[in-house]
Design a protein around this ligand. Sequence first.
Ligand code: PHE
Length: 340
Amino acid sequence: MKEDLINLKNQAIAQIAECKDLEELEQIRIDLFGRSGKFTLASKEIANIPVEEKKQFGITLNEVKNTLEEQFAEKRNELNNNARVWFDPTMPSKLPKLGKLHMVTHAINEIAEVFEKIGFTRMKYPEVEFDYFAFGALNFPENHPARDDWETFFVDQPESKKYGPMLLTPHTSSGQIREMLSNKPPIRMINIAKCYRRQIDVSHYPMFHQFEGLVVDKDISITHLRGTIDHFAKSFFGPERVTRLRPYHFQFTEPSFEVDISCNVCNGKGCKLCKEGWLEIGGAGMVHPNVLSNCGLDPKVYSGFAFGWGVERTYMMKSGLSVPDIRLLYSSDLRVLKQL
Ligand code: PHE
């Protein structure tokens, strides 16, 4: 019996010596000392041993147990030391992933800078507006289709007696009214803000950004409008670019124009990208006399010009970026955003 114990001990010592990890070591320990472990079963044999051998058997049991426990403790230490990761606190750390500004934020900053340099003040007006500021005061007739539920997002709020229903601004032109009502001429403002329309397809999104310029003073003429637009085109797109005005219609400007900029791909000769050498950039015009009157300004004394263009579209024209689907800009997909 004693020999069995010694054999058990020697086998276990060999196993412990060869053992490579803590998990395996624990398994060896369970196989020995667990409830039906080899050592546990062997120690129970004491009951069947003749009385005169019991004492010696007990001593051997203890000796084997102590030796093995020592072996386990040593091995555990050794394995623990190996497992500890070597750590050098002087090593440079992993850099955290840095975020960056969204393309539209870059565009807004660049656009604002061009106008601020020529004396425009950056303004911001409410995105949730009353009908009066977005349409009424801008000379839209009562039944104008832009007021239709299918064009504009109306807000589910009681109507104001004075200003009509609430809505999400469909253009930054509402800022013209707010500006003229709260500041006296000379006015030179650039209002860059979100706009909302009921539209969604590859080139339209229900939320987009516009930048709106407004200049009101005595003796403001189309020449000032042309000069400002030309200055923007050259500063933002490059000195070789030129602009042209095409007659158009807006309720709140008279005369009204669509502004085109010469195509940079074909240099105005005409190519696949443009319409005969020109790219359409947005609307502009001279502030309508009714709009001036609605804001308490005498159209015989004051005149002004305004323009309102899409930020996303203008920036894409500059960078040559073609985003195949405008919805990608606002999709939070890092694979897209990282490229911009
Ligand atoms: N508000 C017009 C639009 O959203 C653009 C515009 C602004 C036109 C200012 C003329 C003057 O299309």
